[in-house]
Write a protein that binds this ligand. Structure first.
Ligand code: FES
Length: 85
């Protein structure tokens, strides 16, 4: 399966989002992918500033930007995205 069929998750590691907790959120996402065996379906990487700093922390899934994503709500977002009950 090529990367074009995978879900791309890009976490902003720009300084504003990093300072607001994206380093912790990154670990939560990695744990989520591991727990649900999604590594073959997901490309996960850090990204530079998306210029949404004021509404950060920011996460991008495929072409959609999600704002105010943190370690407390990211699991719900991923559950919605991957259609988990
Ligand atoms: S630092 Fe994340 S959007 Fe700018």
């Amino acid at each position: 399966m090529g990367n074009e069929n995978k879900t791309e998750i890009a976490i902003c590691l720009g300084s504003a989002c990093f300072a607001r907790g994206n380093n912790t959120t990154r670990r939560v996402i990695e744990d989520y992918i591991r727990l649900h065996g999604l590594w073959d379906k997901v490309v996960f990487h850090g990204a530079r500033c998306f210029n949404h700093c004021q509404n950060g922390p920011v996460l991008k899934i495929n072409e959609l930007i999600y704002e105010h994503v943190d370690e407390n709500n990211v699991t719900e977002l991923l559950d919605q995205f991957f259609n988990r009950p």
